[in-house]
Structure formats: C-alpha cells, structure tokens
Design a protein around this ligand. Structure first.
Ligand code: UFG
Length: 345
C-alpha cells in the first residue's frame, strides 16, 4: 500500500511511519516541521529504507495546495493518515486563529485536494478534547457523547471532523469510492519499544514527559495541577493509550473501511489513571523519588476523561494490548534515558 502520512515527523505520526514501513508499505510524509523533527524521519529512513525508495519526505504545510496536489499526483496514495496539527490546549486559548488555520482550514484544503485526486480512504486524528467536560453519567465516554469542546483546540478539531463527515456523505451521494474515519484519541503515551523514535515536544507540557524529565534531573519537581477534584484521590483522571496500540488501531480501521463508510471511534484503553497514580508508577519504573508540589487547577482540565472503547472492539476487533501503566511509562523512559535531550541527543 502507498500511504500519505501528514505530520509524519511528529510524535504520533512518526510512530505510524515506522509501523507502515515495517509492515512493507511505502510512505510519503508531508510535514512543515513546525512541531515535528526531521531527525525522526532520518532515523526511520536509516533503519527501514536503506535503499531510499520507500520513504519520501516533503517539507510543506498541508494547506499548501500546489505542493499537496503535486505530492498526490506523484504518490497516488491508497490512503491518507492525517496527523498534522497543533495540539497545545493552552496555546490554542491564546492563539485561536493559528489553531483554526492549522487544524481546520489547512485540513479542509488537504481533504479537498485528496478528493480531487481520487483518494479513497482518509483517517483523521481527532481528540477526546472534542467532548469537552462530559457530565459524570457520560463516563466512560462513548462516541455518542455530546461534543461540546471547551477550548479552541477542541473546537478546531471538531470543526474539521464535521467537514470530513459532510464530505464523506456527499461522496457517497455521488457514488464515489470514498471512506473516512475520525479517531478520537485519549491521552497518547509511551514510545516505540525498539527505542528508535520517541516523544519529544518543545515546549513540553505533557505529564509523562515532565515526570521523566524530573527523573532525569532536568526539572526539580512536578506540579500536580489540582488536588481537590471530585475523583478518588482528588487529582485528574485520564486514559493513557500506548502510541503503538493507537497506530495499530489506525491500520485495523484502514483494513475495514469500505466505500461509503463515515466512521468514528474512540481510542483509549477504557481505564482511567490519576495524576498521583502516574507519579507512583513513574517512581516504580525509574527508581527515582520524583518530588512533587501541589498546585492550583490548570484551566480547562476536565476532572475525569476515559473512553468506552467497546465500539471499535466490536466493529473492528481492536483493543489496546498494553494496559499496564508501568509498561507504558517504561517505553517512554527508555527513550528519555537514551535521548535525554530528545532528538538533539
Ligand atoms: N498534569 C499535572 N502536572 C503537569 C502536567 C500535567 O498535574 O505538569 C496533569 C494535567 O492537569 C492533567 C494530566 O496531568 O490532568 C494529563 O495532562 P497532559 O497535559 O499530559 O494531557 P491532557 O489530558 O491535558 O491533554 C491530552 C492531550 C491533548 C488533548 C487532551 C484531551 O495532550 O492534546 O488530552 O483532554 F486535547
């Protein structure tokens, strides 16, 4: 299969590229490198494509129509996996239009180009942030949970999800062979267990990388954002799904998509872990004390988010294989230990 991966130099996208290449597929990556790492592509090429003919990298924005048109003409992809996005909730509050431009406008431009080029399968990285703050009786969160995002990040993702579904339905009306899916990720975590690529954000705001930076002595302590939530230990509860499982889910969905499909699935393990549980697990895995301090709540953090992943299991046959917190953190720890300064080391 020939696959176009947008955002393939980023954390999640690079894990998709690794899985596709290892599975014998050919990959074209489009990434503007605003958040991605060129070194991830170089490492993947070195390991999986020594002859240099199965992985092509194009440094461009997915909203750059002439370039995207040319890439689609050349690559003629059987499927597009659209990861490219901005994904910092806090940043989105301060720079909303940047998020609408990157996550909504540029994605619409990409989709339009894909439809013009006759792409038949399109998978979009959506987010549980599109659900906003579901009421307690809606947890665990099913796909039918009302979507009321509470920040520009969630709204910009949801807007494209709706555009994608409208386009999918319209393609069906005209009898075109098009299928699409929006996969709503919960908290993606961990790293490639072979140690080739990993999680590397700048700036870093995610809990596991911050805990591991404390373990490495790069930060003195972690601040627990809120200890008075209505949760078992007062800290926020999230559903941490391993990045390799998440990518397997994409391939499983891709394999089941048929012309006319417009699908939605939640991707999580179906179990919530609190911030305190994450800290404990990191202590166990790293053997480091991980000093903490209690801080105020972070704006826009819902108390509890975890998935009901039964729909994807029922319809596609996928379920997370790595559900042990320690194992998830161990894979992330390996990357951080071996690459204490991310791709710069
Ligand atoms: N947290 C801390 N201290 C920190 C960092 C995080 O206590 O230094 C807490 C947060 O308050 C939250 C939990 O750890 O309760 C997880 O925080 P992350 O920033 O790792 O992840 P989020 O749940 O905020 O965000 C993730 C994705 C987003 C996505 C969101 C949907 O990173 O892209 O889930 O809720 F939008």
């Amino acid at each position: 299969m020939q696959v176009l991966v947008t955002g393939g130099a980023g954390y999640i996208g690079s894990h998709a590229v690794q899985r596709l290449l290892a599975g014998g597929h050919d990959v074209t990556v489009i990434d503007n490198l605003s958040r991605g790492n060129r070194s991830a592509i170089d490492r993947l090429a070195e390991r999986h494509d020594p002859s240099g003919d199965r992985l092509r990298f194009v440094e461009a924005d997915v909203g750059d129509r002439p370039i995207v048109d040319a890439v689609l003409r050349d690559a003629k992809p059987d499927a597009v996996l659209h990861f490219a996005a901005l994904a910092y909730v806090g940043e989105s509050v301060h720079q909303p239009l940047r998020y609408w431009r990157a996550n909504t406008s540029a994605s619409i431009e990409l989709l339009d180009a894909c439809l013009d080029a006759g792409v038949e399968r399109f998978i979009f990285s959506s987010t549980c942030a599109s659900y906003g703050e579901p009421s307690p009786e809606r947890i665990p969160i099913g796909e039918d949970c009302p979507q009321h995002p509470i920040n520009p990040y969630g709204r910009s993702k949801l807007a494209f999800e709706r555009a994608l579904f409208d386009a999918g339905e319209a393609q069906k009306l005209t009898g075109k062979a098009f299928a699409c899916a929006a996969l709503r990720y919960f908290n993606v975590a961990g790293s490639d267990r072979t140690g080739l690529i990993g999680e590397s954000h700048d700036p870093e705001t995610h809990l596991i990388p911050i805990l591991l930076q404390v373990a490495l002595g790069q930060r003195e302590r972690v601040t627990v954002f809120g200890t008075d939530y209505d949760t078992p230990d007062g800290t926020c509860v999230r559903d941490y799904v391993h990045v390799e499982d998440l990518i397997d889910a994409h391939l499983a969905v891709l394999g089941k998509l048929e012309a006319g499909d417009v699908r939605t699935y939640n991707l999580g393990i179906g179990k919530g872990s609190s911030v305190r549980e994450m800290i404990e697990a990191t202590r166990r895995v790293t053997g480091h004390a991980i000093p903490t301090e209690d801080g105020p709540r972070r704006e826009g953090d819902p108390p509890t988010l975890f998935a009901d992943p039964s729909k994807i299991e029922r319809e596609i046959g996928w379920r997370a294989s790595i559900t042990d917190l320690d194992e998830i953190i161990e894979s992330a720890w390996r990357w951080f230990r071996e690459h204490p300064r991310g791709y710069a080391s």
